[in-house]
Design a protein around this ligand. Structure first.
Ligand SMILES: [Zn+2]
Length: 283
């Protein structure tokens, strides 16, 4: 991965002045994005910030799920002035077998007193692309849940075609800490299974796709006090931008879609999502 220099973000923030912690209760939050990869795909800072402003998104959670991403995310979180930025530290299950996960564990420990470091993630299991690496994925997953417990953070979970093992490991290891199922792609009964663990459920642009009937069915029944929205940008842009590079401001389109699907006002759903995001990440 080629890393975008943080200096490219001049209009995003100023030079290394730590921002005050200021929860933005009146604006939307993108609960999960990879802004570094959005920039790598050629979207400019100006375009991204304009869309954030236009769509009323004031805060993002930047995911640091590999070595470069976590270093970048931490710097961004401490230099951004225009928008609130928080970050996570984790190890993507797709890289369980190829990347050194000890670095992430150390980084968690090193940053445990940083109020902008708000969760361990994304971590989890992915048997869609990496089914032959189940054992190493499980090992890394468990190590990171234990690290999260130690530093008193919640866990943001990536799970794909691995419901049973994910559920089992969370049930054994993650008791007592907040759980967020990021980019939920399961059906209603899988959702209920996670809800029974006390988990929050985060919906991405996938829920807006025509062929996502099962995810839509789940979203309809997700309790208001457990639902979140995210982009997972640059991936999975919601309709009407499906297939394009996703960006954090597009979280508004997923929110609008969900409100209509659930028969709720956008305002009501937005304030629930913001409150749930702040509750899970504790900011
Ligand atoms: Zn992600």
């Amino acid at each position: 991965m080629e890393l975008v220099d943080i200096q490219d973000l001049k209009s995003w923030g100023s030079n290394a002045v730590p921002v005050q912690l200021r929860p933005r209760v009146h604006t939307l939050i993108d609960a999960h994005c990879h802004l570094d990869m959005v920039l790598e795909r050629g979207l400019g800072v100006e375009e991204i910030t304009q869309t954030l402003e236009k769509n009323g998104v004031g805060t993002i959670v930047e995911i640091g799920a590999d070595k470069q991403a976590m270093l970048w995310a931490r710097t961004l979180a401490h230099t951004s002035q225009k928008f609130g930025v928080y970050y996570t530290i984790g190890h993507h299950p797709g890289e369980a077998a190829t990347e050194d996960f000890e670095f992430g564990l150390q980084f968690i420990e090193e940053n445990k007193d940083d109020a902008r470091f708000v969760a361990v993630g994304e971590i989890g299991l992915d048997y869609h692309y990496h089914s032959n690496q189940a054992e190493i994925q499980k090992k890394v997953f468990i190590e990171f849940i234990r690290a999260a417990k130690k530093v008193k953070r919640g866990v943001a979970i990536h799970t794909r075609e691995a419901h049973k093992d994910t559920r089992e490991i969370l049930g054994c290891e993650a008791n007592g800490i907040p759980i967020l199922i990021h980019c939920f792609t399961g059906n209603k009964s899988e959702m209920e299974d996670f809800l029974s663990l006390g988990a929050y459920i985060s919906f991405s642009g996938i829920v807006t796709f025509k062929n996502a009937a099962l995810v839509q069915e789940a979203a309809k029944f997700c309790p208001l006090e457990r639902i979140l929205v995210e982009t997972d940008a640059p991936f999975l842009a919601p309709v009407p931008y499906r297939g394009k590079v996703n960006q954090p401001g597009y979280v508004k389109h997923t929110l609008d879609f969900l409100a209509q699907l659930r028969g709720e006002s956008v305002e009501k759903l937005a304030s629930a999502c913001v409150a749930n995001t702040q509750k899970f990440y504790n900011f």
